[in-house]
Ligand binder design. Structure first.
Ligand code: NDP
Length: 336
């Protein structure tokens, strides 16, 4: 089977690519430059026959994926992960909202116009866009609404909300496209919360993705203040398997999946894990109060029962995820 994977140089997509190749798929990767393609090519030199590339410099450009979706033999599936996720919001619409929203709609349009063989498109969204995921904050104890209440304007005026708004409206654009166009492919939406795990994309040396940066801030960045609260997360390796299964399981079509681990995490837990597994670096990072969870702050609870039932995913325990993330950050530091 043949898959187009957008944003293949990213943290999450690099694991999806590995899982697809390991499962025998042929994968065309979209990346923004030939140097990124070369780097992936080198990494998978032993799987060259299963790999192909298309350069898409900017997913926001009109018709950006028109050529990438045309393959011979034709594609069976598309996995769309490419979306801006960084803290550098200069022009919210140009840098975030348009690439996320127009980029997602654009991929679907290109498939509809030029890739009639595609039977399913999987879009990587995020947990916070929606999902009846109860949240309790110290102040309000409110339940989480079905859709995040953020409005498009919030993304333009409040840089702290721009990323969330970009993902919410990208997901809504995808759902609307399917409803209005009734294309001959179906849609699966992945809604992961925080994503952690080992970094395997070579491009990450010197430029970590946003979630890994959260751990690097303690390990390397000298961060001393320990954020309170507990949150949901998923191991990137489990999320990658979820993406692959979502292509293969017929009942996944038309579904949105909250892909989160059984465990939750706190920053204190991350630090406890680093102290336990990496005593050599322990003196450089804060100790806090081992084992304690400060209950002020946000507490998300995730219900992954639909994901485990339909996609058959077994989630890794938190200690494995955070020890492997820390190991990876330390190894990258040596390389960089
Ligand atoms: P990365 O930044 O590592 O990957 C994002 C990918 O998208 C990169 O390949 C990037 O290319 C590409 N991209 C971004 N903007 C554009 C653009 N305008 N045109 C073309 N390509 C673009 O992030 P992650 O791997 O963490 O994120 C992958 C997906 O997972 C995203 O959709 C994100 O929203 C979602 N997600 C991530 C979470 C996390 O905790 N990491 C949590 C929940 C959802 P380049 O690097 O060359 O700029």
């Amino acid at each position: 089977k043949r898959v187009l994977l957008t944003g293949a140089s990213g943290f999450v997509a690099s694991h999806i690519l590995k899982a697809l190749l390991d499962s025998g798929y042929w994968v065309r990767c979209t990346v923004r430059s030939t140097s990124k393609a070369t780097s992936i090519e080198k990494q998978y030199a032993d799987k060259a026959a299963q790999l192909d590339f298309a350069i898409v410099e900017d997913i926001a450009a009109p018709n950006a994926h028109d050529k990438a979706v045309v393959a011979d033999p034709p594609l069976d599936f598309v996995i769309h992960t490419a979306s801006p996720f960084h803290a550098n919001v200069q022009d919210p619409e140009r840098d975030f909202l348009k690439p996320a929203i127009d980029g997602t709609r654009g991929v679907l349009q290109s498939v509809q116009k030029f890739a009639p063989s595609v039977k399913r498109v999987v879009v990587t969204s995020r947990q916070g866009t929606a999902f009846a995921c109860p949240v309790h904050s110290a102040s309000d104890g409110l339940g989480y609404p079905d859709w995040s209440p953020v409005a498009y304007e919030d993304g333009v005026t409040n840089p702290g909300l721009t990323y969330l708004v970009s993902k919410k409206y990208a997901e809504l654009a995808a759902l609307k496209f399917i409803e209005e166009q009734k294309p001959n492919f179906d849609l699966v939406v992945m809604n992961p919360p925080w994503i952690f795990g080992p970094v395997i994309n070579e491009q990450a040396v010197g430029s970590l993705n946003t979630s890994t940066q959260r751990i690097s801030d303690y390990l390397i960045g000298g961060k001393t203040e320990i954020a309170p609260g507990m949150d949901v997360y998923v191991d990137v390796r489990d999320l990658a398997v979820a993406h692959v299964r979502s292509l293969e399981v017929p009942e996944a079509g038309g579904q949105r999946f909250l892909v989160c681990a059984n465990d939750r995490f706190s920053d204190q837990f991350i630090l406890d894990t680093i102290h336990k597994h990496f005593p050599d670096v322990a003196e450089k990072i804060p100790v806090g109060v081992p084992g304690e969870v400060k209950h002020e702050g946000i507490h998300f609870i995730g219900d992954n029962s639909k994901t485990t039932k339909i996609l058959g995913i077994t989630f890794r325990p938190a200690e494995e995820t955070f020890a492997d993330t820390a190991k990876s950050v330390l190894e990258l530091q040596k390389k960089g």
